[in-house]
Design a protein. Structure first.
Length: 284
């Protein structure tokens, strides 16, 4: 819907709105919330906002425009694997051997999505694809560090609600978005009033639905589930992106897309099964 706008413009608008709404919601209770935070928590908010929002969004958008959707979807598709593998090192985590079937299915789904996208013709040069690969890898590292750091911060700050932590992250991200404003001087594209109106509506919708509502659910989930299981929940991003894409294009899934769909569901199912606690049988 807004393909003719630069990734920096998309990131800046989304996170300026996210920051403004978050600030408006958190201000009435600021004194109460601030009393529960240490100075180090503000540093944590700053780097979480950068790794999970500003930097990740710019890198991902750049990867799509430089390297294409094939390479980007393939690299980003390994997010659940990276988060789950690192999370398996935590104390009391499910052993990686029990998670192996889920990780293999997840990887197979990512490969199917990548193969499907590779079937599309590419108009980018080898140099651009290389730059796109670097951006996609950077996005993978950035969001993996966010998912892990955010989960650990929520586990540590038990007096701060998951929703308030999301709003605080939004405020930090909003200030970072302000720093992107000078970069607009290097963007020479011209848009008419209709394009700007569509851009504003999309930015507002993504800021509210993805950043305010979606991140609130994500934080709540991160507090309730172990990291090895929370990592697998990222697969639903891929799943719903596929469903939304099919609805937008008004078509049924291809064979590879349908296979990837099944792999995603099986991956999550096997991961949940690996985390099941055996029921204890009471003595007769």
């Amino acid at each position: 819907m807004v393909a003719d706008f630069a990734p920096v413009q998309l990131a800046m608008s989304r996170y300026l709105i996210f920051g403004a709404i978050s600030l408006a919601l958190v201000l009435p209770r600021w004194r109460e919330i601030a009393d529960r935070l240490k100075r180090s928590d503000y540093f944590t908010l700053a780097w979480l906002g950068l790794a999970g929002n500003t930097l990740y969004y710019v890198l991902m958008g750049s990867a799509v425009q430089l390297g294409g959707i094939a390479m980007t979807s393939l690299v980003i598709g390994f997010l659940p694997v990276a988060v789950t593998v690192i999370g398996s090192n935590a104390e009391g985590a499910v052993p990686i051997s029990r998670l192996a079937p889920s990780l293999l299915l997840c990887s197979a789904g990512a490969v199917c999505i990548g193969l499907q996208a590779l079937a599309l013709p590419s108009s980018t040069s080898l140099l651009q694809q290389g730059a796109g690969l670097l951006c996609a890898t950077g996005a993978l590292i950035s969001w993996t560090s966010y998912a892990i750091g955010n989960s650990r911060a929520l586990a540590r700050l038990k007096d701060v609600s998951a929703h308030d932590w999301n709003l605080l992250t939004g405020v930090a991200t909003g200030f970072q978005a302000l720093a992107l404003i000078p970069s607009l001087a290097f963007i020479n594209t011209v848009h008419d009033a209709t394009a700007w109106a569509r851009f504003a509506v999309v930015s507002l919708g993504v800021a509210i639905l993805a950043s305010i509502v979606g991140n609130a659910f994500w934080n709540r989930m991160s507090r309730l589930l172990p990291l090895t299981l929370a990592g697998q929940m990222i697969l639903f991003e891929t799943l719903f992106a596929l469903l939304y894409g099919l609805a937008w294009e008004r078509r049924l899934p291809t064979t590879l897309e349908a296979i990837a769909f099944c792999f995603v569901l099986l991956s999550v199912g096997t991961c949940i099964h690996a985390h099941r606690v055996p029921a204890t049988v009471a003595p007769a």
